[in-house]
Design a protein. Structure first.
Length: 147
C-alpha cells in the first residue's frame, strides 16, 4: 500500500512538473499579423456600399477612426479589386514613433506634410481619400491624404 501511494505521488509530481515546465516556456503567437492597407473617403455621413470615414483623430500616439473602411494587403491589391469593405465601427490603431504623413493632389506627386497639416485637411470631411499603411505588428507607419 505504501509503495502504491509513493508511486502515485511520484506520477502526480512528474505530471505537475511537466505542466509547469511547459507553461514557463514562452510561447509564440499562433498567427502573426500581416501588413495591411486601409482606405476610406472622409465624409460627414456614411454612404451605403462605400468606405466612408466619418471621424478621425490622433491622440496619445493612436489613430482613432469611425466609419467604414476598405482593407487590403496593399494599394496594388486594392486597385485590382481585392479589398474587403469592413463594417462601420470605431477602430483604434497604434502609431509608430516615426510615422510619416503625405499629401497628394492634382498632378503633383506625394509631398511630405506635417501631422497638423494632414489633420487639418482630414477634419474638413470634403471627400478626400485617407490611406493608412500598417506594419506587421499592426502599427500605422504611413498616412496619405489625397484628392
Amino acid at each position: 500500500m505504501k509503495k502504491k501511494l509513493m508511486a502515485m505521488a511520484l506520477v502526480v509530481a512528474v505530471m505537475v512538473a511537466a505542466v509547469l515546465g511547459v507553461a514557463a516556456v514562452p510561447q509564440k503567437a499562433l498567427a502573426a499579423s500581416k501588413k495591411a492597407f486601409y482606405i476610406g473617403s472622409l465624409l460627414t455621413e456614411e454612404m451605403d456600399g462605400s468606405a466612408c470615414i466619418t471621424s478621425v483623430k490622433i491622440k496619445d500616439g493612436k489613430l482613432i477612426l469611425k466609419g467604414t473602411v476598405t482593407k487590403a494587403k496593399s494599394l496594388k491589391d486594392y486597385e485590382s479589386g481585392n479589398g474587403t469593405l469592413l463594417k462601420s465601427k470605431k477602430r483604434t490603431f497604434k502609431m509608430t514613433k516615426n510615422c510619416t504623413f503625405w499629401g497628394s493632389g492634382g498632378e503633383a506627386g506625394l509631398e511630405k506634410i506635417s501631422k497638423t497639416e494632414l489633420m487639418d485637411a482630414a477634419t474638413q470631411y470634403t471627400g478626400l481619400g485617407l490611406f493608412i499603411y500598417t506594419n506587421k505588428s499592426g502599427k500605422v507607419y504611413k498616412m496619405v491624404i489625397a484628392s
